[in-house]
Write a protein that binds this ligand. Structure first.
Ligand code: SF4
Length: 487
């Protein structure tokens, strides 16, 4: 820890902060905003909590163990805080919003508890603690929106991939979910702000952007209605004009909001990654009803049919909860059949655990832990089998591969995702850079990834471009070849 820690109100430029983020992509996006807020105040970021003047945990509340993880880290810091009482210890985000004042009782060495809509003001709240205020608590609605109209990219992670939150909160009330009570209802960002942020990210070398929202296809529902609803379809169309932006991912859809207008926009988008997270959660209508998911298997089926009618090569990603209260063996087998019917490429399977603050806690948690564990393993094994059947079907096709980087598993190759999300390997070339998009032919499958080759046209173009560039630069090394080089 720096000896430069001075009395409250002194020059923060010498102060340091340590930020640890847990949970979903939205939390990691928020983490970038928090980092930016402290860097703008002249703080330095510290990798170690015990070396920082301000220690912040940006937390998740979706599952119990996520919260227990933070409590054990706080416990580890109890002695350090006793030895360094000037250190500011703060808990931010969903767990802070859910536990609120109780957190101070359970963790008396915590100085600051800040909910999901107050973190843009975090440096000010830290100053209040440094100013001598005890137990600073900020929860619920905030005076100003979380997302600043113009986000400077201070705090952004850099690299060719970035995330952009297009909305916050959720208007639905699935009985197992804590999100609506800790993040509130839907708040969409104005499209112009999002477009501006995406353009500036591309100017900073980003080539792939994941648009984030709990129910992203509900985007714009709360925005004024002059003419065409400024929904996700409009946003996707506008992003097509952002040159240099090679790929757009949508995270996460809800079947109830996925309408024809949006599906058609996805299909015509040159950038849309046809790997769609649209969680089903269960294949049983009676369980979907108890979850209050807001759709039946029949509606879900209609949505998937509509999506695949417009994008036959679309791949799907789902979340599943096994062992939800009342889930019988027959209900679970319906989930297995649904996983086979829709042929998901990827799935995240969770064993149900009651979350304080959710409606489902009123239901008896009657599925034994052993049964939940077995069902979890069965669904994961099935998903594995399905993915191994789906990927080799791409052999013989051509696609566009966005390079991620050199493959650790297959030295001499670079890896990336093709247009519908399957991973593929490309023999390396000195001019490759992360974020480059290449036309490829899919020539093989090694049991895990596809094997790709630059399409003949791409090879010819790539070779001539590399040659022209080397000639132009008088044979200088590859480092002179620009990043945004795609054929
Ligand atoms: S749709 Fe349901 S599971 Fe998803 S955030 Fe909203 S309430 Fe939670």
């Amino acid at each position: 820890m720096t000896d430069s820690v001075s009395t409250p109100g002194s020059n923060p430029r010498t102060r340091s902060f340590h930020l640890r983020v847990f949970g979903c992509q939205m939390n990691f996006y928020d983490g970038e905003l928090i980092r930016g807020a402290f860097l703008r105040r002249g703080y330095r970021e510290q990798a170690e909590a015990t070396s920082a003047d301000v220690v912040l945990f940006h937390t998740c509340s979706v599952r119990e163990h996520a919260e227990e993880r933070v409590h054990s880290l706080l416990a580890e810091l109890r002695r350090h805080k006793k030895q360094h009482p000037e250190v500011v210890l703060g808990v931010v985000g969903c767990m802070a919003e859910r536990e609120g004042r109780q957190l101070f009782e359970r963790e008396p060495h915590v100085d600051l508890v800040c909910g999901t809509r107050h973190f843009p003001e975090l440096p000010n709240h830290v100053d209040r603690v440094l100013g001598g205020e005890e137990r600073v608590l900020e929860l619920g609605e905030a005076p100003s929106a979380v997302d600043a109209p113009v986000r400077d990219l201070l705090g952004a992670n850099g690299g060719h991939h970035a995330q952009v939150a297009v909305m916050r909160g959720c208007d639905l009330h699935c009985t197992f979910c804590i999100v609506p009570s800790v993040r509130g209802g839907v708040q969409s960002r104005p499209p112009a702000e999002i477009l501006d942020e995406c353009r500036r990210l591309v100017d900073h070398g980003v080539r792939e952007i994941s648009l984030l929202g709990q129910t992203i296809d509900a985007y714009g529902a709360d925005l004024g209605r002059k003419g065409r609803r400024p929904g996700l379809a409009v946003l996707l169309d506008s992003l097509a004009d952002v040159s240099g932006l090679e790929r757009v991912r949508l995270i996460t859809l809800h079947p109830s909001y996925c309408d024809r207008e949006l599906v058609e926009a996805m299909a015509r988008s040159p950038q849309f990654l046809r790997l769609l997270p649209i969680p089903l959660q269960s294949g049983s209508d009676s369980i979907l009803k108890r979850m209050k998911r807001g759709y039946s298997m029949d509606l879900y089926r209609k949505r998937i049919d509509l999506l695949r009618e417009h994008m036959p090569d679309l791949e799907l990603v789902s979340d599943w909860i096994v062992g939800f209260p009342g889930e019988s063996e027959a209900d679970f087998e319906k989930s297995e059949r649904a996983m086979e019917e829709f042929g998901f490429l990827q799935s995240y399977v969770f064993q149900y655990s009651p979350r304080p603050g959710t409606v489902a806690t009123e239901l008896a948690d009657d599925v034994p832990a052993e049964v939940k564990k077995k069902r979890n393993q069965r669904l994961l094994a099935l998903q594995h089998r399905i993915a191994r059947q789906r990927t080799p079907r791409m052999v013989g096709e051509s696609s566009r591969l966005l390079l991620e980087g050199p493959s650790e598993r297959q030295p001499g190759h670079w890896f990336g995702r093709i247009q519908n999300g399957h991973f593929a390997l490309l023999p390396e070339h000195s001019a490759y850079r992360p974020g480059q998009l290449h036309e490829v032919s899919l020539v093989g499958y090694n049991g895990r990834e596809l094997e790709a080759r630059l399409s003949p046209e791409a090879q010819a173009e790539f070779a001539s471009l590399t040659k022209r560039r080397q000639t132009a630069l008088g044979g200088l090394e590859r480092s002179s070849i620009p990043d945004s080089f795609s054929v």
